[in-house]
Design a protein around this ligand. Structure first.
Ligand code: CIR
Length: 280
């Protein structure tokens, strides 16, 4: 893994910033077992009915951005299975199946791998004892950041970095183990396309040299887990300053109520795997 140095800048959306157009996504319906989902704090139990409703709006938002959405059935055996992003990392036409850090989540990967293979992807997998959660993997304009966290261990970050290196792609590790405010790297960091990153405070900014940072206020930190989908940015509703900041910088935003997923530490990005389908 490489390290970079320098001072990131803060600016409006880069003119002409381009990002490969996404055309598909995989999601998984939340099961009533979501009430048994892993969570770090007690913020009340999620309502399965409301979660289903919010998931439907989420799927509509993805579809409105031009994605064909594959919906996997709910999995009562895995309360956190709706958070599909944690199970795979997709780069071009290839997929690295993860080995989630939480043992209760390891069985989630099989259904997602089958769906990705059906979509035409080649897959390989993280090997024990390494662990990697997709929520710790942030692609950003041809390179990656990986969080070393309570879920992703150093071996997992190293396996990801080696897998990317074999494809000529750089990867920078960011150690978030001392942070108590975020579960995954992408709980506090999102790529907005081009060289723009959305970030909460407290990251080693030298790692983001060459990127423009859109800051997220501490009291709106949950919304840092935004998702750029083609010409729109999906953002959790109830965070008006961040939404206005993004709009002011030229982003079209779609606000979505995430209240029930937030109760079990879930955010917008974790609810889907977004990709460009490989050619047949
Ligand atoms: C968990 O703790 O694993 C789930 N309750 C939430 C996972 C959220 N995933 C993500 O941010 N990528």
């Amino acid at each position: 893994m490489d390290k970079t140095a320098g001072t990131p800048s803060t600016s409006a959306r880069a003119e002409g910033a381009t990002t490969a157009r996404l055309d598909a996504a995989i999601v998984r319906l939340p099961d009533a077992a979501l009430v048994h989902g892993l969570r770090r704090d007690d913020r009340g139990w999620p309502s399965p009915a409301l979660a289903l409703e919010q998931h439907a709006r989420y799927r509509e938002a993805l579809a409105s951005c031009g994605l064909a959405v594959t919906v996997l059935p709910a999995d009562p055996a895995h309360p956190d299975a709706t958070f599909v992003e944690d199970t795979a990392v997709i780069v071009g036409g290839e997929v690295l199946i993860t080995r989630p850090g939480a043992p209760s989540r390891r069985g989630e990967v099989d259904a997602v791998e089958s769906a990705l293979r059906a979509a035409g992807f080649e897959t390989s997998a993280i090997e024990a004892p390494a662990t990697l959660d997709g929520g710790d993997v942030c692609e950003a304009d041809g390179r990656f950041f990986v969080g070393i966290s309570a879920r992703t261990n150093e071996a997992g970050a190293n396996q990801l970095a080696s897998w990317l290196a074999r494809r000529g792609i750089g990867c920078t590790a960011i150690d978030i183990r001392a942070r108590t405010d975020i579960l995954h790297l992408k709980s506090g960091l999102a790529w907005l396309g081009g060289r723009d990153l959305l970030a909460i405070d407290g990251f080693p900014m030298a790692d983001f040299a060459g990127y423009s940072i859109v800051p997220v206020d501490a009291d709106e930190a949950y919304a840092a887990n935004a998702v750029c989908v083609n010409d729109a940015v999906l953002v959790a509703s109830g965070h008006p300053r961040l939404q206005a900041r993004l709009e002011g910088r030229g982003y079209r935003t779609l606000a979505l109520d995430m209240s029930e997923f937030a109760r079990v530490d879930g955010g917008l990005s974790c609810l889907s795997l977004r990709f460009r389908r490989p050619p047949c």
